[in-house]
Design a protein around this ligand. Sequence first.
Ligand SMILES: *Cc1c(COP(=O)(O)O)cnc(C)c1O
Length: 346
Amino acid sequence: MSDRPDTAAALAIDIGDVRAAAQRLAGVAHRTPVLTSRTADERCGARLFFKCENLQRAGAFKFRGAYHALSRFGAAQRRAGVIAYSSGNHAQAVALAARLLGMPSVVVMPHDAPAGKLAATRGYQAGQPGSEVVLYDRYREDREAIGRRLAAERGMTLVPPYDHPDVMAGQGTAALELCEQVAALPGGGPLDLLVVCVGGGGLISGCATAAHALCPGVEVWGVEPEAGDDVRRSLAEGRIVHIDTPRTIADGAQTQHCGALTFPVIRRLVSGVVTVTDTQLVEAMRFFAERMKLVVEPTGALAAAALLSGVLAGRTAIAGRRIGVLVSGGNVDLPRYASLLETGAG
Ligand SMILES: *Cc1c(COP(=O)(O)O)cnc(C)c1O
């Protein structure tokens, strides 16, 4: 392609930013385990290394980016507090990080967000004066506009869920750890492939930045829900494509578009994006439950689903390779989880 105007431009983050974020997160975020499964390896004909961010604080990788961003606030920003909009996991992450740093948090959440995510966010806010959840209708209202208005009214600093350098760098620490952990395993070494779910692209842009620095020659692939393939289309068209809020069980990837900062990183460092169906997501969730004893939310199973279903094997070489798989989160209401595993609907 000749028309790639972003090729020469500086990207929002580099490996130095990810390493600096790792230092701020040391002793605060969990260094989550990397698990393997012989069954998964046999099914894929490769060696899979699952980075278990479902076991991260607040149940998802989002704590990394949120805590990193809030830890860089100045004194006045800390006093006024933070505002965030999120369909769930970023909300919990910001509320917990704000509590740990002793600042107020206001979180804008969809009225139909999973009850467990709402309750957890309010739980983290309890006892922090000035903290609250503000609800909106995700099919009719613009959460970004609501967030900006409240930020202006209350003097709070808005921390977006993905399109912010500190958030991107924080999320990248998951892959930084994964590369280090796999290198240290018996028979380990650099990853050949890294597979990451994609919503707004904060996680994959940070992780691709880290992986390319630590594992030269690594291929990074993104995975989106079939109903919400905006980043796949954006890569194809060379511009950020906007879509309607997708209807999928992957509630953490119901974004309408990726970010102005994340997209150039994805374009430069990500080989491609594949999509999986809700049925394939449920199958991957079942695999995690039965074989690995892991509770993984639908969005958290995106990357694994692309491998277990064979979708990714249709796009790139899998056989015999060392593959990092980001398991991004585990926050799912138990009744919904049971219903998804039983009937495929929830
Ligand atoms: C937010 C989220 C994603 C998507 O991350 P982006 O940085 O928006 O691409 C994936 N999985 C889980 C569990 C999430 O909470």
